[in-house]
Design a binder for this molecule. Structure first.
Ligand SMILES: Nc1ncnc2c1ncn2[C@@H]1O[C@H](COP(=O)(O)OP(=O)(O)OP(=O)(O)O)[C@@H](O)[C@H]1O
Ligand SMILES: [Mg+2]
Length: 462
């Protein structure tokens, strides 16, 4: 179980990869060290036996070669053949002097095993063979010391590697346990979410590291998911609830029409009423779809253009001033000296303004004054639509932004309760904030309504 978890741990897999890499590098380094040390040791031995050869060869006097042979024999007698050898032969290979039985060896430097010399298992000698006059002088040195040194080096390297491997394995186990400990709350939370508990959140931990930041991002995503699912639930209930009435009405109209038809009465009036009811239902669906589309394309702002707010307001005021006058109201634009521009979708912003102006015209009594204004506050562009109508009580301001929500007092006027939901969707789409307030808080009879949309400043938009 533990081994299985360990085997499937990302930290252990990563550690294994690094471990393999480390082992590969270690093998290369060990081989290189071995070759270098062995080469250096051989070179040191070679230098020594060559120097010895030169010293001995320099003593040869061609006139007194017997003395030379005697000298070599004297030197050979002083030498332990287990450590070093001296051999002087004639051209035929017969020994003239030396501390070892004659043997064949190639000219120059070479490595030879000389098992005839009784010693441990290591028979290797480094030899140097060169002529001296008409004789052949072989100087050699045992490689036992060098081999011992090499062995010590190798054993040292092996111990170091063993220790490093043990530490690496221990480190991988500790690391994997630590990572698993940190990941467990994430997995547990996601299990709860998968089981349908959308309120579960990953507990944040003290070190503000990448895992903790990831937990924060997942929590934010879960917040948003919950908001969307709640919104979806709310909308589904609202739609079902709100469409029941017009569908019931439609059903009654059709029943009436069919009864009247049976009585041979004219049904064209009932059919027209049914058509209007269908149109109303259709409009509701269209508006709902439109809001859904805007919400679905959030963050897709590649097509945003720089819009001159003053001219946008002017256009809406031109279209609606006559409608306002017909309703016994006035619609004016607050004059402004500063030019306000925002990055956005012109069509949607126009729709947003139209909805606000239409609301004021629809939900306010005659003689209402409607004002559209734009200005900047702390660098942030603001568009506001104000009226001096009945206003919206503070407790209802959040509700009216919901889909299909209408105040009790508006039940008799036409509309679906989707205008402000669309305004909110457009504001969200532009990262703008929407605020509802009284136009004149001191006037209890008609506090009026001011809806302010605050857009991000240019710096925030970048
Ligand atoms: N200017 C206003 N003054 C007073 N009440 C308002 C004003 N604007 C909106 N309201 C209230 O807020 C409610 C929601 O407005 P919203 O625009 O969402 O829906 P609607 O105007 O009723 O229908 P429609 O979907 O056609 O816009 C309205 O029903 C109304 O009660
Ligand atoms: Mg409206």
């Amino acid at each position: 179980m533990f081994l299985d978890r360990l085997y499937r741990s990302t930290a252990v897999k990563l550690a294994a990869v690094f471990f393999g890499f480390f082992l590969f590098l270690f093998l290369i380094a060990t081989s290189a060290t071995y070759l270098l040390v062995s080469h250096e040791l051989t070179k040191t031995v070679d230098d020594r036996i060559r120097a010895e050869y030169r010293i001995i060869a320099a003593q040869l006097d061609p006139e007194a070669s017997d003395d030379f042979v005697q000298n070599v024999q004297n030197l050979a007698d002083l030498r332990d053949p287990q450590l070093g050898i001296l051999l002087l032969t004639n051209k035929a290979g017969d020994r003239l002097a030396g501390n070892v039985e004659p043997f064949q060896v190639e000219e120059g430097g070479s490595t030879h095993a000389l098992p005839q010399i009784k010693r441990g298992d290591d028979y290797a000698y480094r030899l140097y063979s060169r002529p001296v006059g008409d004789m052949q002088l072989i100087v050699g040195q045992s490689l036992e010391d060098s081999h011992e040194l090499l062995e010590i080096t190798l054993v040292n390297l092996a111990w170091t590697a063993g220790l490093a491997i043990c530490l690496a394995i221990l480190g991988a186990i500790l690391l994997s346990r630590k990572v698993q400990q940190r990941l467990r709350p994430v997995a547990e939370t996601m299990d709860l979410v998968a089981d349908g508990n959308l309120t579960a959140r990953i507990p944040r931990q003290n070190p503000n590291d990448d895992l903790d930041r990831l937990s924060g991002t997942i929590n934010d995503a879960l917040d948003r998911l919950k908001l969307l699912v709640d919104g979806m639930r709310q909308v589904t209930t609202d739609i079902a609830h709100d469409l029941k009435t017009p569908l019931n009405r439609l059903s009654i109209i059709i029943e009436d029409a069919s009864r009247e038809q049976d009585n041979n009465e004219a049904v064209s009036g009932k059919l027209e009423a049914a058509r209007l009811e269908c149109e109303n239902i259709n409009q509701t669906f269209e508006a709902l779809l439109r809001i859904a589309q805007i919400e679905a394309s959030a963050h897709n702002n590649a097509h945003f253009a720089t819009i001159d707010v003053a001219s946008l307001i002017e256009t809406v005021a031109d279209i609606y001033s006559d409608v306002a006058i017909d309703a016994g109201m006035t619609l004016s634009v607050q004059p402004t000296s500063e030019s306000v521009s925002i990055k956005g979708d012109e069509r949607l912003l126009m729709q947003m303004l139209v909805n606000l102006v239409e609301n004021a015209i629809r939900h306010c009594p005659e003689d209402t004054a409607i004002t559209i204004d734009t200005h900047r506050k702390r660098g942030k562009p603001i568009i506001s639509v104000a009226d001096n109508g009945p206003g919206i009580p503070a407790s209802e301001r959040k509700n009216v932004l919901r889909r299909l929500y209408r105040l009790e007092q508006s039940r008799t006027t036409s509309g679906n309760g989707l205008g402000l939901a669309l305004v909110k969707a457009v504001a969200d789409f532009h990262d703008a904030e929407i605020q509802l307030m009284d136009s004149d808080p001191d006037n209890r009879e008609r506090p009026g309504l001011t809806i302010e949309i605050t857009f991000p400043s240019k710096a925030d938009q970048q």
